[in-house]
Design a protein around this ligand. Structure first.
Ligand code: NAP
Length: 287
């Protein structure tokens, strides 16, 4: 997500700086550990920061369940966003934060989920992300929280890149068809956020917003489309049930986000998931 923000902000009239906890190869990066409030304050003051887009998080859903990691996951997913919101509150700035459909799942639902639905996480990742949302709200800062789902891009490790590899190397692949949601091309979300900031659409719009691509599919359908676009026709892709892949965290069977609010509030145009998937795969081919 952070890498996509780097791309979309290149044309900005504003000055963006990019931070990470470690040096990023080939990219201009300011080192910042967002668990350190004083370090955030120093950068906000020195660079006269008016808005922060927080793409950092603990994102390993199963790894978050390890008891020895729990404190660190809470620190990164709950305390760090609070730190960023506190720093923005102090200077009258804006925090844009990314959250997740994993704040839901405990109470199964079967219609697209709205922003005011009660959070019922099923694991540590979702719970700490929910805490992060609540901590941001408690600071009284101006904020936009975008809950997204099934994020992929040309960068890092993600489902699209994994399935591209597996469908080109394996003769047979089983993928779950009993979990349904919507993929999100991180570039699309980054562009929506950039448009809101660049055009100052955020004034008096503090709140939580849902953003994924349009449409609905299962992980099986997603994989079929990835393989089709890649021309990986030799792989026999079979639908299977989630219990064939036991995992420490129960995934929601249906996790489609309702995007009415983000579209009506900001005039965001949300691309259909297959169109965005094709764009991402074309970019991967060029890379
Ligand atoms: N991936 C998904 O499917 C998905 C779905 C819904 C919502 N989200 C949310 O979307 C956001 C972006 O996800 P992503 O997949 O782009 O995440 P990602 O690839 O895992 O990137 C997270 C970044 O946070 C950095 N980070 C870790 N600890 C830090 C610290 N103390 N201070 C500063 N930076 C730190 C990481 O650096 P290192 O790499 O050096 O550790 C990494 O660059 C997250 O908030 C995530 O919860 C993701």
């Amino acid at each position: 997500m952070g890498n996509e923000m780097r791309i979309v902000t290149k044309s900005s009239k504003d000055n963006y700086i990019f931070t990470d906890v470690v040096e990023v190869e080939g990219q201009e990066t300011t080192i910042l550990d967002i668990t350190n409030l004083d370090a955030i304050r120093k950068i906000v003051f020195a660079k006269d920061i008016k808005a922060i887009v927080n793409c950092a998080a603990w994102t390993n859903v199963d790894g978050a369940e390890a008891p020895e990691k729990r404190e660190l996951v809470e620190l990164l997913n709950a305390k760090a966003p609070e730190n960023l919101a506190t720093a923005m509150k102090e200077v009258g700035g804006l925090l844009v934060h990314i959250s997740t459909d994993y704040v839901f799942g405990g109470d199964p639902y079967n219609t697209p989920c709205k922003e005011n639905q009660k959070g019922t996480p099923t694991g540590v990742y979702g719970l700490t992300k929910l805490h992060g949302e609540q901590n941001i709200q408690a600071t009284g800062a101006n904020y936009l929280i975008f809950r997204t789902a099934w994020l992929y891009s040309e960068f890092g490790k993600n489902f699209v890149k994994t399935m591209l590899n597996l469908t080109s190397t394996k003769p047979l692949l089983k993928v779950v068809f009993d979990q349904v949601g919507t993929p999100t091309y991180a570039y699309d979300l980054a562009k929506a956020i950039f448009d809101i900031i660049e055009n100052r659409k955020y004034e008096n719009k503090t709140g939580i917003y849902h953003y994924s691509n349009e449409g609905v599919c299962s992980w099986y359908d997603f994989t079929k489309m990835i393989a089709e676009y890649a021309g990986n026709t030799a792989c026999d892709i079979q639908p299977c049930h989630s219990d064939e892949f036991p995992s420490p965290v129960k995934r929601p069977a249906f996790s489609v986000l309702d995007k009415t609010k983000v579209k009506e509030t900001f005039g965001v145009k949300v691309p259909y998931w297959t169109e965005s998937l094709m764009k991402c795969m074309n970019n991967l081919k060029k890379a």
